[in-house]
Design a protein around this ligand. Structure first.
Ligand code: CP3
Length: 345
């Protein structure tokens, strides 16, 4: 436990300010790395890949080996939860496809008891990574937050307007609540087995937190997150939970105050002075470089990194992107970022 406390990521999440902020990148394992593409070619499909601990552990470790981030994030996907609940899932050229569920009856056919059994391979990936990672490198587990996972389950994939899921929310909030309740329980169970397997911290990805008006944000984003953080805190009092309510805009403040998260991930659009003055005064913040600057590189990258370090580096802070690494990113730009972050403030 003492050794674990020394990990820079965990020190920052516990509220300590570090001269060199710890860093990792959302979607740091993925198609921008040639070694990932080679590994990916060995699995029949993406779900098989995520559920193969040997391949998934290798994918998790690849970016850390190359760039020396302060944390690895277990290689998996937020949509493994609906799959484990019994929904058909596949990944095609145009992204994920789920057999859409549209009413209360379909919710009744989902089964929470699949979480521990079907997602056990993710725990095995965590154990393997744990054994292979340097002692100072943290291992992050994750899940999608209930609202974001529900959007994929109801839309049957990605969406532009969230027409189906929002129509359900407005027409039949009590029926939709049953789906969210199931996802809350499933998410608690899933994160708990990841923690038991050796995750040092967990992150909740709420990628579509930004599409709801105020009352919906409180009910479908903040409240489910609060129930998850309080259940995890009861079982694992010290476990850091990072919340990432992407696109929350002005609602970032209420999320920080009410969701119970230990630290908050800032998306690309969050102004640095707002992050510093309104959020970091309350909890450690993580973020928020525009991932496209990692495609551009050069002086634009350097300038933006320095701005973020100057604004947020004087209080508890974890450097990250404001959203995931994109496949077009030249790996040498991530190496350049690693060098920039190695310089103390
Ligand atoms: O961060 C990491 O390195 C860990 C792995 C990770 C993946 N997905 C692997 C992945 C994480 C943390 C995720 C989270 C995830 N998955 C989110 C939340 C974050 C976000 O981006 O908003 C969401 C919404 C998903 C759902 C998902 N998975 C989509 C929409 C897609 C297809 C489009 C895309 O961006 O590729 C995926 C597939 C996916 N998940 C890939 C990877 C590496 C690409 C598939 C491949 O390599 O064949």
């Amino acid at each position: 436990m003492n050794g674990a406390k020394k990990k820079p990521l965990l020190r920052a999440l516990a509220g300590e300010r570090l001269d060199k902020p710890p860093w990792w990148l959302m979607r740091q394992a993925g198609r921008f790395l040639p070694e990932y593409r080679a590994l990916r070619a060995q699995a029949r499909d993406f779900v098989d890949f995520c559920l193969n601990p040997e391949l998934a552990a290798e994918a998790t470790l690849q970016p850390v080996r190359r760039f020396g981030m302060d944390a690895a994030i277990v290689f998996a996907d937020i949509l493994l939860v609906p799959m484990a609940l019994g929904q058909k899932l596949s990944f095609g050229e145009d992204g994920p496809r789920l057999e859409a569920i549209a009413d209360h009856g379909a919710v009744g056919r989902l089964r929470e008891d699949g979480i521990a059994s079907r997602l056990e391979p993710v725990c095995e990936t965590i154990r393997r990574c744990r054994a292979a990672l340097p002692e100072e490198t943290a291992l992050i587990g994750f899940a999608g937050a209930p609202w974001t996972v529900a959007t994929y389950m109801v839309e049957g994939g990605g969406s532009r307007d969230f027409l189906r899921v929002k129509s359900w929310v407005y027409r039949d909030p009590e029926g939709f609540q049953a789906l969210i309740d199931l996802l809350i329980e499933a998410t608690i169970a899933y994160l708990a087995i990841q923690i038991a397997a050796g995750a040092d911290a967990v992150q909740l990805f709420d990628s579509w937190a930004g599409v709801l008006p105020e009352a919906g944000f409180a009910r479908w984003v903040i409240e489910p997150t609060r129930r998850i953080t309080s259940a995890l805190r009861a079982r694992f009092p010290e476990m850091p939970v990072i919340g990432f309510p992407r696109g929350a805009g002005l609602m970032y403040e209420r999320y920080a105050a009410e969701s119970g998260v230990t630290a908050i991930g800032l998306d690309t659009m969050v102004p640095l002075d707002f992050g510093r003055d309104r959020l970091q005064t309350r909890l450690p913040v993580q973020g928020n470089l525009d991932p496209i600057l990692l495609v551009t590189g050069g002086e634009a990258l350097e300038g933006a990194v320095n701005e973020i370090k100057t604004a947020l580096g004087r209080a508890p802070f974890v450097f990250n992107l404001g959203h995931g690494v994109v496949p077009q990113t030249p790996p040498e730009n991530v190496a350049a970022l690693a060098r920039l972050l190695a310089e103390p403030l």
